[in-house]
Ligand binder design. Structure first.
Ligand code: PLP
Length: 386
């Protein structure tokens, strides 16, 4: 029980925090347009707090939360068509998913080179530095996908893994995952799919009949897939998953552990929050497969609508979007980004493409786009872009 002075103290602290929070942009306002994270689904918000004290790094203390984790992973394994031998490992996000996968590839092969597209996320630079690995970049096609014709000639005796991206950070492009899978099968090379962004949208769009590359374990060459529920999964930060085709590979990144309820602990982190896992599971239970299908279809419709509105203004896109990522090419990049921010809108800057990125996340509606477009037009006129 708190006494009156504690209550007063608490109130003051909360007020103080609110002052700081006022400086933040918020997903709920709809004005964050460039991030790959989203406002969590309402049920995620409700359930997160309920599991605040849980730790999936010490599952003996939280067997109930552990069961939730298994159920959440089953949902993912199912839509990724994972074989019976497969297993999922909860990670904090795409960076940890990629690091963990490359840790496994290095352990399994005792090799150090990673072949990856030029579009790969910067987390691979961390991998190279952390694990003393070498990155061999493959150029992109005009569609911003990995040029598969260049892969074979880059495979060497020291190739540990090949990376394909399902939903690139810059433009949301999908690498030709089936072709890369074939090469990896032929050449016996470990194949990791970085589906941090696309993992929770591409499978559902494909179920609906969209003509996108397959990115799941029905492709025999894929060894691991990393996908983030805190991106297109409509869940709360931090929640990513690394799915391994063979559960035994987790042993490669496990150490003996003392003073906790398990003899061995897998992965990079020790203490890990159960709250985002419980909240993520709640979202999957609420939406189910059909709900994700509907959500993704709606997102793609709003994406089409936004593309129309932007191109009608006379602006050009870097490439025709495959997913819900719209990358707009401009001459006055800094001025546009800064002016939009002054008007209360945040888009993401992609310097090397002289462009800004808009991502249609679940909280972005047509009325939000209708509110944004006149501001974008005014901004572009003010800075001399239009
Ligand atoms: C393709 C891709 N991989 C990995 C990541 C890293 O994810 P996180 O920031 O959750 O670690 C991102 C982030 O945007 C991404 O787009």
């Amino acid at each position: 029980m708190t006494n009156r002075s504690d209550k007063k103290k608490e109130g003051k602290i909360i007020q103080k925090l609110k002052q700081y929070q006022k400086k933040d942009f918020s997903f709920s306002s709809g004005h964050i347009l460039g991030s790959m994270c989203s406002q969590p689904h309402p049920i995620a918000k409700k359930t997160y707090i309920q599991f605040l004290e849980t730790n999936i790094g010490d599952p003996g203390l939280f067997p109930g939360t552990k069961e939730i984790e298994q159920k959440f992973l089953s949902f993912i394994l199912n839509f990724l068509k994972a074989p019976k031998t497969a297993s999922g490992h909860i990670v904090s996000g795409g960076t940890e998913g990629n690091i963990s996968s490359m840790w496994i590839a290095k352990q399994l092969t005792d090799k150090k080179e990673i072949i990856l597209p030029e579009s790969a996320h910067f987390s691979f630079k961390k991998i190279a530095s952390l694990m003393d690995m070498k990155l061999k970049s493959i150029p992109l096609t005009p569609k911003h996908t990995m040029d598969v014709s260049q892969i074979k000639q880059n495979i060497s005796d020291d190739t540990a893994a090949i990376i394909g991206i399902a939903g690139t950070t810059d433009v949301g492009a999908i690498d030709p995952i089936p072709e890369i899978s074939e090469i990896c099968t032929d050449e016996h090379v470990f194949f990791h799919v970085d589906a941090a962004f696309g993992g929770f949208i591409i499978p559902f769009l494909n179920q609906l009949g969209y003509d996108l590359p397959t990115i799941d374990f029905s492709l025999p060459g894929i060894n691991s897939i990393s996908l983030d529920a805190h991106k297109m999964g409509y869940a709360a930060i931090p929640l990513g998953t690394l799915v391994l085709k063979d559960e035994s590979w987790l042993q490669e990144i496990s150490v003996n552990s003392q003073c906790i309820s398990t003899k061995k602990q897998a992965g990079i982190l020790g203490t890990r929050p159960g709250a985002p896992v419980a909240a993520g599971y709640a979202v999957t239970e609420f939406l189910q497969n059909k709900g994700y299908q509907r959500l993704m279809q709606n997102i793609m419709q709003i994406t089409e609508y936004t593309i129309q509105k932007i191109t009608n203004l006379g602006l050009e896109l870097v490439t025709k979007p495959t997913l819900n990522v719209i990358t707009v090419k401009v001459n006055h990049l800094d001025e546009i980004i800064n002016t939009l921010a002054q008007y209360g809108w945040k888009v993401n800057k992609i310097d090397h493409l002289s462009s800004f990125r808009i991502v249609i996340m679940p909280q972005i509606t047509k009325p939000i786009i209708d509110e944004f477009i006149p501001v974008l037009k005014k901004t572009c006129k003010e800075v001399g872009e239009l």
